[in-house]
Design a protein around this ligand. Structure first.
Ligand code: UDP
Length: 466
């Protein structure tokens, strides 16, 4: 009789913690609940792959040069160019896995930025899926990009009306992903191509859940039943569970010890994801605003960058400057009774799970959004790049009601100190926090129980074990 081998899945992930971490979470659950082994294929090493659970192995594709691209090429242009140029290596790798792994390759999953390689899996007759680590609504907007390009000619921020996609919230053109905001940029065409490449898959595996995107899932199902798109499977929220404070890695333990000394629900946690970067002016305004707000805060600070809002996305340019050196003179000293500023990185899942944290200033990366939901911490939405504006719309929507939004100045896009202070107070202690985002009695988390800083643990958000 033939031996039965555990199914083997190959997942290709684009760079960046926000992409690699949910893949690791997915693979961990596939192993634990379904006995599936996974090979995670990456375009470089990632801290998210530092310690791997059993059943997971990794393969790194060889580096390819992209130094012929213009120095100001969009980050997505860079990533998609790497994806394209590594296709022959991926083909060789898949071939060798097909030949050498007992179960062959049961399915090939490609991350949201790498649907082009689905063609390779198609050639090799391997079932193929897109693993989409963000919302189904944002996937719908990417699938819509070819039509947007074909049926409109203006910049999408100038569209005469909202973008209305089946089952999705109405979106302003400016809330679509940032690579489609400038038609003349070569990245625009690449996004159109991406939208078409998605059509090669047998299904979309999406880091979302029914209670969050019920209408979108229903509408998508109707479309897939009609054969417009492959089906979408909601497998989220793929968020890590917090470890105990004692198990937090040494670098992050200072945050936990400091939080232990703060009152319940009193601390505003400020972090712009794994790579979000503010300009020097914005950093100064944020600091002054936090100070003026009188709120307790824990701020993960980065070295400012005036050119690029995602400068640290791949670990920055290797300069190990201390971000604290870029804060306003005397800021750390003046605020030390109420604030803690840490450099570059903090144990976010554990921080959000700490009883002292009552609010989260977030760039609204999808992982951060899901982590805030799972922990029941209300958000001050401060989107920077990628699909974060759309995520902010979702979090602030009446149905989710977990976020207030900051309003940048029209002339330069900077969120001034007065706005930071006002919004921080509102989220942590204000009445408006209780009614604004939730549209009535619900409100953002702060106001739900009528007590400022009280958490709102959403009963329908469970870490899923599909
Ligand atoms: N993260 C963290 N500590 C930090 C910054 C980020 O643990 O100081 C984690 C965060 O918990 C989340 C991920 O990194 O899981 C960031 O992903 P997200 O989608 O929010 O944003 P991105 O980094 O992709 O912009």
């Amino acid at each position: 009789a033939q031996a039965v081998h555990a199914p083997h899945v190959v997942v290709l992930t684009s760079p960046g913690v926000g992409h690699v971490a949910p893949v690791v979470e997915l693979a961990t659950r596939l192993a634990a609940h379904h006995g599936v082994t996974t090979t995670v294929v990456t375009y470089g090493s990632s801290p998210a792959l530092a310690s791997l659970p059993p059943g997971l192995s990794t393969a790194v594709l060889p580096a390819v040069a992209v130094d012929d691209l213009p120095s100001d090429a969009h980050i997505v242009t860079r990533i998609l160019t790497v994806v394209h140029r590594t296709l022959p290596h991926l083909r060789a790798l898949l071939r060798s896995l097909l030949a050498s792994t007992p179960a062959g390759v049961t399915a090939f999953l490609a991350d949201m930025l790498c649907p082009a390689p689905l063609a390779v899996a198609e050639d090799l007759r391997v079932p193929r899926y897109v693993f989409y680590p963000s919302s189904l609504m944002s996937l719908c907007t990417l699938l819509y990009t070819p039509e947007l390009a074909r049926t409109t000619s203006c910049e999408c921020r100038d569209l005469p009306g909202p973008v209305l996609l089946p089952g999705c919230l109405p979106l302003h053109g400016a809330d679509l992903v940032d690579p489609v905001q400038e038609r003349a940029n070569p990245v625009y065409e690449l996004l159109v191509r991406l939208g078409l490449d998605y059509l090669r898959c047998d299904g979309f595996i999406v880091n979302t859940f029914d209670a969050l995107e019920h209408d979108t899932l229903e509408a998508f199902k109707e479309l897939s039943d009609k054969g417009v798109y492959a089906p979408a499977y909601a497998v989220g929220p793929l968020v890590r569970s917090p470890v105990s404070s004692a198990d937090v890695a040494a670098g992050g333990r200072r945050c936990m010890t400091w939080l232990d000394e703060q009152p319940d629900g009193s601390v505003l946690y400020v972090c712009f994801g794994s790579g979000g970067t503010l300009s020097a002016v914005q950093t100064a305004e944020l600091a002054a605003g936090l100070e003026a707000s009188g709120q307790r805060f824990l701020w993960v600070a980065r070295v400012p960058n005036d050119m690029d809002k995602c400068a640290s996305y791949f670990g920055g340019d290797g300069d190990h400057d201390d971000p604290l050196g870029y804060l306003p003179e005397g800021f750390v000293e003046r605020t030390k009774a109420v604030g803690l500023v840490v450099s570059e990185w903090a144990p976010q899942v554990e921080i959000l799970g700490h009883r002292a944290v009552g609010g989260f200033v977030s760039h609204c990366g999808w992982n951060s959004a899901l982590e805030a939901m799972a922990a029941g911490v209300p958000v001050l939405a401060w989107p920077l790049f990628a699909e974060q504006r759309m995520n902010a719309v979702k979090l602030a929507s009446e149905a989710v009601g977990l976020a207030l939004r900051v309003t940048p100045r029209e002339e330069d896009g900077v969120v001034p100190r007065e706005e930071v202070a006002k919004a921080a107070r509102e989220l942590m202690a204000g009445k408006k926090g209780a009614v604004a985002a939730g549209g009535g009695a619900e409100g953002v988390g702060a106001g739900r129980a009528g007590a400022p800083g009280a958490r709102r643990r959403r009963p329908d958000v469970e870490v899923c074990c599909f």
